[in-house]
Ligand binder design. Structure first.
Ligand code: NDP
Length: 341
């Protein structure tokens, strides 16, 4: 089925970036359609309190913040459809855009704001236990782990944030990182190191998620300095060398300064970064990690197609930066539309 309406801008995605682009485009009196996706709102829908979005001196819940952005876009006239984008023909103008309810829409310009999704470890046992002990969202799932032992994998700000959220429920939280220092910001590291419920296990990589129907343990590989099989651990700012037994695990093998061991755990939170949602945009140039390439401003390699937010930004990935990029893309689209008039 075709909707013959000609839009000035179709925005694909409804995180802070897409909705901000929608607010700017519709407030600029441009006929605007936002294809929000069947799970609208993006990563902030998976968070609890947002403390660093300007304008909210008291924390605001992520889903509430997104609802306000959506309401603001609608208030200025943006149409929003909770359907998934399935493809577009970029070779002729207006662009023809398809959705997963077999409809087609037409637009003079497109803004791609599809964000990024969780990067998984891709180890045996992981994918089939998502929702059965494996998670990527502590704010969503932490309450299931009251008084339990949980593991967070990663060394960036996401891993720190996940670990801190988990301490509100779990009894023991272990952050397992493949190196001996975190990549996370100092302020987040400090909070983690000071928390009495968190132990950091360094130089350790997960090999397999173990368990019958749900997560029961994790098979790990740790680099050790000598044959005494001690693993470097940080507990409340104190660096220690602990044996596998002291950590509550059991050794599987000990060879070439590497121990393979099993560590009982009830939950595993994977926080090792994100993958941009760019696969569906055939013909739009991306870098080697899949982030959409930006040309001056928010232009892509296709004239009339703009990009904003985490789908192009591998560095900042904040709600407020995504919103800023959405504003930039809407202004760039506006200039492009003016040129055609
Ligand atoms: P990052 O890319 O910053 O960190 C990923 C971490 O996971 C790194 O420590 C990396 O290890 C580790 N890692 C990557 N792949 C693997 C793997 N296969 N196995 C084991 N470990 C792996 O991602 P984040 O999601 O943490 O953060 C993304 C961006 O979002 C950052 O800019 C961050 O600052 C921001 N952010 C900010 C927050 C805040 O300010 N409140 C909250 C959350 C995110 P290594 O260090 O060895 O490379």
């Amino acid at each position: 089925m075709e909707n013959k309406t000609l839009y000035d801008v179709i925005i694909i995605g409804s995180g802070p970036s897409g909705l901000t682009a929608g607010i700017y485009a519709s407030r600029g009196n441009r006929k605007t359609l936002i294809l929000a996706g069947r799970k609208w709102g993006g990563q902030l829908m998976l968070t609890t309190e947002v403390e660093n979005f300007p304008g909210f001196p008291e924390p605001i819940m992520g889903p509430e913040l997104m609802k306000r952005m959506r309401d603001q876009a609608v208030r200025y006239g943006a149409e929003i459809l909770d359907v998934n984008f399935t493809g577009a023909n970029y070779t002729s103008k207006p662009f023809e855009v398809s959705t997963d309810d077999d409809k087609k829409y037409y637009s003079k310009s497109i803004i791609v704001s599809t964000g990024a999704d969780t990067k998984w470890l891709q180890i045996p046992g992981e994918q089939e236990k998502i929702g059965r002990g494996v998670s990527s969202c502590a704010p969503c799932d932490a309450a299931f782990y009251r008084n339990k032992r949980v593991v967070v994998i990663g060394g960036g700000d996401s891993a720190m944030e996940e670990a801190l959220v988990l301490t509100k429920f779990a009894q023991e939280v272990y952050v397992i990182h493949r190196r001996e220092e975190f990549k996370a910001s100092d302020v987040m590291q400090k909070k983690v190191f000071e928390n009495e419920k968190i132990k950091v296990i360094w130089n350790t990589e997960p090999l397999e998620v173990l368990g019958e129907m749900k997560v029961e343990a994790l098979r790990l590989k740790s680099k050790i300095k000598d044959q005494n099989a001690k693993i470097k651990v940080k507990v409340q700012n104190d660096e220690k060398d602990l044996s596998v037994e002291e950590l509550g695990g059991s050794i599987v093998s000990n060879e070439n300064n590497e121990i393979v061991w099993e560590f009982p755990a009830d939950g595993i939170f994977v926080a090792i970064g994100h993958i941009p949602n760019s696969q569906i945009f055939e013909g739009i140039e991306k870098d080697e990690k899949g982030f959409i390439k930006q040309y001056p401003g928010s232009k892509t390699n296709i004239e009339g197609v703009f990009v904003s937010g985490d789908v192009h930004d591998s560095t900042y990935m904040q709600g407020v930066t995504a919103a800023g990029y959405g504003c930039q893309a809407a202004i760039d689209a506006e200039k492009y539309l003016e040129m055609g008039e």
